[in-house]
Write a protein that binds this ligand. Structure first.
Ligand code: NAG
Ligand code: NAG
Ligand code: NAG
Length: 639
């Protein structure tokens, strides 16, 4: 701040200074030509009036929206926040004493990388393009360092300098020239493209790339589609990450890890460990985007949309409900009961009336085919009608016949719609399991595909429902946890009443293999893991990040990624021919009916026993009375 205040006061003193040094104009023109908002941080060991000229030239602009701000700082001045990173342009004069130390310091502070920009002013005409002062520092492809070199009176040329990799030789890119008449002229190539695009050719630099293989044999089958249900995510991305390295003209060194990497005892293992220790530049197997990992790696793209979910066949309706009650709504049940009760009353009233009217008819009393006006008889008749049985008794009068007709007609319609509903319900599946919570409280058994990440995320779940699922269903204490192979899980799923946690894209291949057409219809998915699609990760601060991003985007736009995804990942099977699928009726469906039948049998046997006993009692009594009568008559006779 102090510097700028001094500058402002000096500005007015020097206002009529004669000729401005051309290098000041060059820097100002170059910054303007970048066409970005700029905050200039300049380290210049110049005369004060020249600094003022510089300040003046840089901050003056015709275009108000692109006005630059400038700050002149001392070499030892350490301040981290200069403003927004992408606005910062460092300007340094190489002729300053001990400027190398300053560069070392800035390298240490990670300022020689994207998005910071640098302009180095070299006044010595004999210098190489790459100045000695900075030649010991590795400026990697993501740095944007322009060396401004004086090549004659009032004429300059500008070059980008960078190295492809630490320790490789310097590469230069012509950026433009400046002379007094034409001012700054950019080279043609530089007009539109970003630096990352111009530096895509890494000239065979050996890039380390890490893949996750959970099975030892997978290394032999990365591209030949053998066993492609194992380590699918790696096999899908192996070709595309290789395209990426081809795109960058890089050679490659493969490193294989057996897990994606989790924090264990404070350190990271697996692929994340390799990325964190900077042993590899890019992780070739996409991994889950977790908040823990974001702090140690950079994610660049999500190449393969795939999720792991619980998949299960919707259980039959009868597993959760009693079909025999379900076919009518409650109101219909009540109305039917009301109707039957009304008919019962009517029938009873008519019967009573008929009997009263025909009281004088003696034949009627002997006719067993006539309905007696007693509640027991009427109830038994109605019961028979409900069960669609006939009745041995009837009413003889025309009123009675009409009531009987209405009774049988109404009950026949009720019976028809009831049985039709039951047939429909037998074929339908329950849709009551919609959330993890429903799943937890259902009668389904559970299985989980045995992968590193499933084992990790299931055992570390903290959310109550998920934790309960793991502790009660997947790994109940005292049993072996239900982790199993994909094949076993899908086969169990087919048998029903089994929820299997699998990567859906891979699992549906097995579903296609083992399931009948109709069985594919009732599949439901419920997500358990709280993660989004896996992403490709690169080393934090890798200088090739921008190139990787551009490359991955191109690979996706050109459909190469989609091709690989489609080859190895199956979409959810389409449901065709639900009609042709006939669900056979099982014990579970008839369970309530069987229950009623068996209770009925039991009750009837009990009745039979009682009836028999009652009959015995009656016979005994009869015999006794008979004996008594004989005795009395005999005694009367003897007397
Ligand atoms: C340059 O560095 C040397 C040794 O590190 C030191 O003695 C000297 O004072 C420095 N000069 C300036 C101008 O900082
Ligand atoms: C790729 O790199 C090699 C060096 O390994 C180089 O000879 C070749 O020209 C580069 N290819 C392209 C297309 O630039
Ligand atoms: C983590 O630390 C515990 C105790 O210090 C040790 O028993 C365990 O083996 C360690 N785990 C790993 C993976 O190193």
């Amino acid at each position: 701040m102090r510097v700028s205040i001094t500058l402002v006061s000096l500005f007015f003193l020097n206002i009529c200074n004669a000729k401005t040094d051309s290098v000041v104009l060059v820097v100002a023109d170059v910054i303007r030509a970048m066409e970005k908002p700029s905050t200039v941080v300049a380290t210049l060991c110049w005369q004060t009036n020249k600094k003022v000229d510089f300040y003046n030239a840089v901050t003056s602009s015709n275009d108000r929206s692109r006005v630059a701000t400038a700050r002149l700082v001392d070499m030892k001045y350490v301040k981290r926040d200069y403003g927004q990173d992408q606005h910062i342009v460092f300007v340094a004069d190489l002729s300053c004493p001990n400027i190398s130390d300053y560069f070392d310091m800035k390298k240490e502070e990670q300022y020689f990388r994207s998005p910071f920009r640098w302009i180095l002013i070299s006044r010595n005409e004999n210098d190489d393009i790459v100045p000695n002062e900075i030649s010991h520092i590795d400026l990697l492809p993501d740095s944007e360092v322009i060396v401004l070199r004086q090549v004659g009176d009032d004429s300059y040329d500008l070059h980008f300098i960078y190295k492809i990799s630490p320790g490789s030789y310097w590469r230069t890119q012509f950026y433009g020239t400046w002379n007094h008449e034409k001012r700054f002229v950019k080279s043609n190539q530089q007009i539109v493209e970003s630096t990352a695009l111009q530096r895509l050719d890494l000239l065979g630099y050996e890039m380390s790339i890490c893949y996750v293989l959970t099975d030892k044999d997978s290394i032999n089958h990365l591209t030949d589609e053998v066993n492609d249900h194992i380590d699918t995510i790696t096999k899908v991305n192996f070709p595309t990450t290789n395209h990426l390295l081809d795109f960058l003209n890089a050679t490659r060194k493969f490193i294989f890890a057996d897990t994606w990497g989790y924090r264990v005892n404070g350190s990271w293992n697996g692929m994340t460990g390799y990325l964190l220790r900077e042993e590899v530049e890019i992780g070739g197997s996409p991994m889950f985007f977790t908040s823990e990992r974001i702090s140690v790696v950079d994610y660049i793209a999500s190449p393969t949309p795939t999720r792991s979910k619980f998949v299960f066949q919707q259980p039959k309706l009868s597993y959760e409900n009693n079909l025999f009650l379900l076919s009518f709504r409650t109101s219909v049940w009540y109305s039917s009961a009301g109707l039957i009760f009304l008919l019962l009353l009517a029938l009873f009233a008519v019967a009573a009336w008929e009997w009263k009217k025909n009281a004088h008819d003696i034949y009627r009393k002997e006719d067993s085919g006539t309905l007696r006006a007693s509640f027991d008889d009427v109830i038994i008749l109605i019961f028979g009608a409900i069960c669609q049985q006939g009745s041995p008794v009837e009413l003889k009068g025309s009123l009675g016949r009409v009531v009987m007709l209405i009774l049988f007609l109404a009950l026949m319609f009720l019976y028809t719609s009831y049985s039709a509903n039951i047939v429909a319900l037998l074929q339908s599946s329950s849709s009551q399991i919609r959330t993890l919570d429903d799943l937890l409280h259902s009668r389904l058994k559970f299985g989980v595909h045995d992968t590193v990440f499933n084992r990790y995320y299931f055992s570390t779940a903290t959310e109550p429902v998920r934790k309960a699922i793991y502790e009660k269903k997947v790994a109940p204490p005292g049993t072996t946890p239900r982790f199993m192979s994909m094949e076993e899980g899908v086969k169990k799923m087919r048998k029903g009443l089994f929820a299997f946690h699998m990567e859906t894209g891979v699992g549906y291949k097995f579903v296609g293999k083992y399931f009948n057409e109709g069985e594919k219809c009732g599949l439901r998915e419920i997500q358990y893991l709280q993660v989004i699609d896996p992403w490709l990760a690169v080393r934090k601060n890798t200088p090739y990040k921008e190139m990787f991003k551009i490359g991955m985007k191109r690979i996706q736009e050109h459909g190469l990624q989609a091709r690989e995804n489609r080859l190895l990942y199956e979409k959810r099977p389409k449901c065709s021919g639900r009609e042709s699928n006939f669900v056979s009726v099982s014990m579970v469906d008839c369970y309530p009916a069987l229950l009623i039948l068996s209770y009925g049998c039991l009750v009837s046997v009990i009745f039979l026993v009682f009836e028999y006993l009652f009959h015995q009692k009656q016979t005994i009594i009869q015999k006794l009375t008979h004996c008594n009568r004989v005795k009395t008559s005999r005694s009367a006779f003897t007397n």
